[in-house]
Design a protein around this ligand. Structure first.
Ligand SMILES: Nc1ncnc2c1ncn2[C@@H]1O[C@H](COP(=O)(O)OP(=O)(O)OP(=O)(O)O)[C@@H](O)[C@H]1O
Ligand SMILES: CC(C)(CO)[C@@H](O)C(=O)[O-]
Ligand code: BAL
Length: 281
């Protein structure tokens, strides 16, 4: 029987101590809710590794800017519970803001250069907010393994960096992007897309496949390929970035190689969309 726990941090820690004492390894999947098959793939990966699997559902205020969609972010605790349990979650935890940010809390984690590019440019509070909440969650849950999706590739790289920099005793595991049949990367925010915007949203995936085709046909000049892709960018979809970066430091690549990734960020009528892929799929 899966456990559903709201708030009650002390009880969470007690239950997890009990699991550890019984010899269980703890797997952790951090989410902001609005669960879909992408989240479920992370839970399944944790279960597949034989872990007692904890799923947190928390819309983290610290990672939202003042004009972003914190208030309208999808929230449905019952559906999240069902989907998490269906995928094999053992303990679904819904912390309150006061559990993670009590009045006296002050300390924030500041990522380095990795956090200041791509999404970090237009959302300066984003990665400090993410690192801060993830470190708090890691310390409360003390997972052996924590699973993050490659859809948020920059987030995954930053959390892996943080875990190494702070000697955290957790294995941060990256999991592949789960897509809809038409290629759209699954995302909680897709729920907020107007039906007529769906085709425009697919531009990100289409751009990825165009870049992959151009690379397969021999294109190696990043600036030239970028210019060609941006020239085809449709009106109505606000481009934040379309960059070619190396997978480790996320630095700009002038010359494209097999390891180069394409990264895209955009807004569609206020809905944030991101995607990325290796140039050789
Ligand atoms: N399509 C996906 N495939 C694989 N992992 C995913 C996918 N979507 C989200 N995840 C992962 O699930 C975890 C929780 O993400 P989150 O709750 O923010 O969902 P989201 O769908 O990314 O939401 P948002 O719409 O805010 O981007 C993160 O590690 C994220 O990378
Ligand atoms: C990792 C995370 C749960 C931190 O709030 C969030 O950024 C997300 O859902 O990707
Ligand atoms: N998955 C990233 C959460 C956010 O955009 O706030």
């Amino acid at each position: 029987m899966a456990i559903r726990l709201h708030s009650h941090t002390a009880e969470l820690r007690r239950m997890l101590r009990e699991q550890r004492d019984q010899g269980e390894t703890i797997g952790f999947v951090a989410t902001m809710g609005g669960l879909h098959a992408g989240h479920q793939s992370l839970i399944e990966a944790s279960r597949g590794d034989g872990n007692f699997t904890v799923v947190s559902v928390f819309v983290n205020p610290a990672q939202f800017g003042p004009n972003e969609d914190f208030d309208s972010y999808p929230r449905d605790h019952d559906s999240d519970f069902e989907l998490a349990v269906e995928a094999g979650g053992d303990l679904i935890w819904y912390p309150e803001v006061e559990d993670l940010y009590p009045e006296e809390a002050q300390t924030m984690v500041q990522p380095g250069p990795l956090g200041q590019r791509l999404c970090g440019l237009s959302r300066p509070q984003f990665f400090p907010g993410i690192c801060t909440v993830v470190l708090k969650l890691f310390n409360l849950i003390q997972p052996h393994q924590a699973y993050f999706g490659a859809k948020d590739f920059q987030q995954l790289a930053i959390i892996q960096r943080m875990a190494a920099d702070f000697y955290l005793d957790v294995d941060v595991v990256g999991c592949p992007i789960v897509r809809e049949d038409d290629g759209l990367a699954m995302s909680s925010r897709n729920l907020k897309l107007e039906p007529e915007d769906r085709d425009l949203a697919l531009t990100l995936y289409r751009t990825i496949t165009r870049a992959q085709t151009a690379f397969a046909e021999g294109e190696r000049d990043a600036a030239k390929l970028r210019e060609a892709l941006v020239a085809e960018w449709p009106e109505g979809l606000e481009l934040d970035y379309l960059d070619f970066r190396d997978p480790e430091f996320l630095e700009d690549c002038a010359h494209l190689t097999e390891d180069t990734r394409i990264f895209l960020g955009a807004w569609l009528n206020g809905v944030r969309l991101i995607d990325n892929a290796r140039l050789t799929p």
